[in-house]
Structure formats: C-alpha cells, structure tokens
Design a binder for this molecule. Sequence first.
Ligand code: DON
Length: 309
Amino acid sequence: MAWKQGVDLANMVKEAKVWAKSGKVADYIPALAEANPDMLAVAIYQGTDHCFLAGNVEEKFTLQSISKVLSLVLVLMDLGEDVVFSKVGMEPTGDPFNSIAKLETNKPSKPLNPMINAGALAVTNMIQGSTTEERLHRLLRLVHQLTGNEKITFNEYVANSELETAYLNRSLAYFMKQHGVVEGDIEELLDLYTKQCAIEMNCMDLARIGYVLAHEGCDPITAKRIIPLHIARIVKTFMVTCGMYNASGEFAIRVGIPAKSGVSGGILGAIPHRSGIGIYSPALDEKGNSLAGIKLLEVMAERYQLSIF
Ligand code: DON
C-alpha cells in the first residue's frame, strides 16, 4: 500500500493545528491526560494507490467511543436488528455522551442510541462469547479484518485507568441492570467495555475502517464482504445522526459526512463510495470532540466538496 505525503493536506493540517491550543485533552480517564495536545494527524484512504497523509501519522491512540461503531456492527451481525433495537433506541439525544438524565425520564427505560455511553454499554453487553476474553477476541478479529492489520490490540494501561475511575459508566450500567436493559455481572461488563474503548491504532488503520464502511461493508481491495450491506448502512446512519454527540447537527451542516469521534481525539470518517478518513488530535472542545480534528474536516470538506448532502 502506497501512502503519500499530501502537500495540500499538509497545508490544511498546518492551518487547523492552531486550534489545538484552544482545546483540552480528556482527563476524566487519567491515562488520556498524558496525551500531547499538539498532535494532529490525518489519513485519507481511497484505494491502494490513493492514500494521503499528513501530520503525526505514526502516533497511536485508543479508539474510545469510535469503538462503539464496531461493537454495534458485531452485535447486529450476531443477533440481528430486532434483538439489538429491543435494548437500545435509534434517536439522537441532544445531551452529552455520558448523560444519565434520559435513562430515568424515558419510559420504558432504554438508552436512546448506541453511540452514547449508556447505549454502548447495552451493546457491549450483547457481544456473544462465554468469557470476556472470547468476546474481546471476537471484536478484535473484526478490527483485524477491517484494517488488514492483525497486530492491533488494546492498550492495557488505558483500559485499567478507565476501569479504575469509571464511576459514571458504572452508575449507568447498574441503573440499566435494575431496569432489565443489561444482564450479567456489571464489573465484567465494565471490564470488557473499557478494553473495547482502549483498542489502539494509528490514523491509517482508522482510515482503512472508514474505507470499508464507505463501500457498504465490502473491502474493494480484497473484494471481500466484511459487513452486510444493511448493517453498514445502519451504522453510517448513526454516525450521521449521533456520531458527534450533541454536536452532530452542526457537524452535519459544516462537514456533512458520516463520522464518529472519541475522547482520545480520534475521528473516523466514511465518505460513501469514495474514501475513509482517520484523524487524531487529542485536544478536545467542550463537547468532547477533537477541536483541531473538526476544524481540519471543515477545511477539507470545503476544499474537496465532501458533504453528502
Ligand atoms: O466511556 C467513556 O467515557 C469513554 N471510554 C469513551 C467516551 C468517548 O469517547 C466520548 N467521545 N467523545
């Protein structure tokens, strides 16, 4: 695969990078507070001979909420839409990603969508397997297929750091257990969820995932279908409506592509029938999205006419 330094892209990275100074790295997961806020990296994957990158592209980062897209794919493939959407809804919230508020006010209590933490915990609870190791292994296998990179694993240090401090996610999970949305041992669920969030890669791997999603779940390079078409469509739709949390509406107007962010500063983008995008810049805005990453996507969207709308 021939990755090339994009000259144009390097200029856009330079322009967007100044924004990183106004952001703040996530610190509610202590290990994430150690990230260098000056990093900005982008990779655009458009087929083996058309891959462009710029910035700190070798830098690895954990997926955090981007992993919610992958766990959703896996449970939809395992259990089908009817089962999955009996536990989690399809509507955007307009609330922060870790909000507990609507779990109580919605009757029956059910997380509104799989991209917020409550919904993602319910999804992870549905990953099939007899042990946490087996469930995680199945998720990692999907990641290996999507990226073509079998070396990808999870960062134990980041996973432990989150597990030790995940009081809010524990509250969400116990609340949902009370209401029959999740079942089983909550500590085991938290263990799997934090490992899932700590799956680690660089922006080139992430762009490769975006490329497969952009091609409806089929990898055009190997001609293999990895995700059934209807499931690829479902997750891309969630990326448009809920992928940037309570900034999804503004992002749809300013950038206009299916995308998913994580508090590590990663952003996954999929431009239908065209390309996959991987971005990393850990300084976040107040809604928990990568500040320079979004600015870069805005510039790219304008320059390359990326909006699907
Ligand atoms: O559950 C959490 O809080 C983190 N592991 C993931 C949250 C996240 O990435 C939100 N994204 N912007």
